[in-house]
Design a protein around this ligand. Structure first.
Ligand SMILES: *Cc1c(COP(=O)(O)O)cnc(C)c1O
Length: 360
């Protein structure tokens, strides 16, 4: 194994997870958008998704979509965060579709698209309870009616987001509400909606249980492909792989020290007053990573006998007293990541990304 501190990425696993999800969704008539924001849209990972059968992509950051376009990706791309009013021209030039909930933005998207002889697709976001983005169910029809009159816009469908702000899980009930709204719009506005977008990774559970209501025909999946986990349900997805990403970190100090700091207690580097439990003398390792690079709560040592003690900007402390391996300066400690941990690391310019050999 290479020494140093880096994020190790196994593209074969990402391809395999993509394939497993696409194949599970296809018989149900559900298209999977590959969501690329969890790894700042790194091209090799995007390619692995595509090789696994993902046809269309989506990202919440316009910057990521622009960078994929510059690198020659021609896939259909959906912008997953409501566009800024100040960015509508960019949105119509680089994306095929965006999610929306504000009439003023949709109107400007329409004008910008119309002025260059284009039509921009939108998904109208409906809030079925999570209280993040989206029009309320009772306002969906009126918004759809107004939007349907805009010359530069195609209202391609409706969508919803769950498990983000309010922690509301996708259920038969809230997805059926979305389907009812779809039918109401189709009937009263007299248009056909091609897409009913039923959420992200947290909606895979309904598929696993055979409970996905017929009519939902798109899911936007990031976490499931990347990590094989579902944070909102707090579990592993049993039919996916969990080991596409491993963080390897090099040890720069090993010392046995007391578990409670010595001296007068003030605030730590982040303004918190720390609390310590006295476990006597412990063997502690410092690895070359810090809060600039990682979300400490998003890291889990592979050796479950090791424990993350904390971190400052540039130092991460691990209790290695009970470690299986004899940890020394220069040793490597390996960590699994959750979605937050992965997000931070992918955005850290200090942590190298290393693709596992023999992949793709
Ligand atoms: C990030 C995001 C997703 C993907 O969520 P995962 O949990 O990673 O599958 C889907 N929809 C929207 C609107 C998002 O912002």
């Amino acid at each position: 194994m290479k020494t140093g501190t880096y994020l190790e990425i196994d593209l074969n696993i990402i391809r395999e997870n993509s394939k497993l999800i696409v194949e599970k969704c296809r018989p149900l008539g559900i298209e999977v958008l590959g969501v690329t924001k969890g790894f700042s849209a790194k091209p090799r990972i995007v390619k692995a998704m595509i090789q696994g059968g993902i046809m269309d992509l989506a990202d919440s950051r316009l910057e990521n979509i622009i960078s994929l376009r510059k690198k020659g990706f021609i896939q259909n791309m959906t912008l997953l965060r409501i566009p800024r009013l100040s960015a509508v021209k960019k949105v119509i030039s680089v994306t095929d579709c965006s999610v929306n909930s504000e009439y003023s933005v949709i109107r400007d998207l329409s004008a910008a698209a119309f002025s260059i002889g284009k039509k921009h697709n939108i998904i109208l976001m409906v809030d079925v309870g999570d209280l993040r983005e989206g029009v309320l169910p009772e306002d969906a029809f009126e918004m759809a009616r107004k939007v349907s009159l805009l010359k530069g816009i195609t209202l391609q469908g409706v969508g919803t987001n769950m498990g983000c702000y309010g922690g509301i899980l996708p259920t038969l009930q809230n997805l059926n509400m979305l389907l009812d709204i779809t039918k109401e719009i189709e009937k009263k506005v007299g248009i056909k909606l091609d897409i009913v977008s039923g959420g992200g990774t947290s909606s895979l559970k309904l598929i696993g249980n055979g409970e996905m209501p017929a009519g939902i025909n798109q899911l936007r999946i990031g976490e499931g492909i990347l990590l094989g986990t579902d944070t909102t349900h707090d579990n592993f997805i049993p039919w996916l792989h969990q080991d596409a990403f491993l963080l390897r970190a090099e040890v720069i100090e090993v010392k046995t020290k007391p578990s409670v700091p010595i001296g007068e207690l003030g605030h730590d580097a982040f303004g918190n007053i720390p609390v310590f439990e006295d476990n006597g003398l412990r063997k502690r390792a410092i690895v070359s990573l810090g809060r600039q690079d990682v979300n400490v709560d998003g890291l889990f040592p592979l050796d479950t006998n090791m424990h993350v003690l904390g971190a400052s900007s540039d130092h991460l402390l691990i209790d290695v007293t009970d470690a299986a391996q004899n940890i020394k300066v220069g040793s490597q400690i390996s960590f699994k990541l959750n979605y937050q941990g992965l997000l931070f690391l992918c955005n850290s310019k200090y942590v190298k990304k290393v693709y596992k050999k023999g992949a793709l």
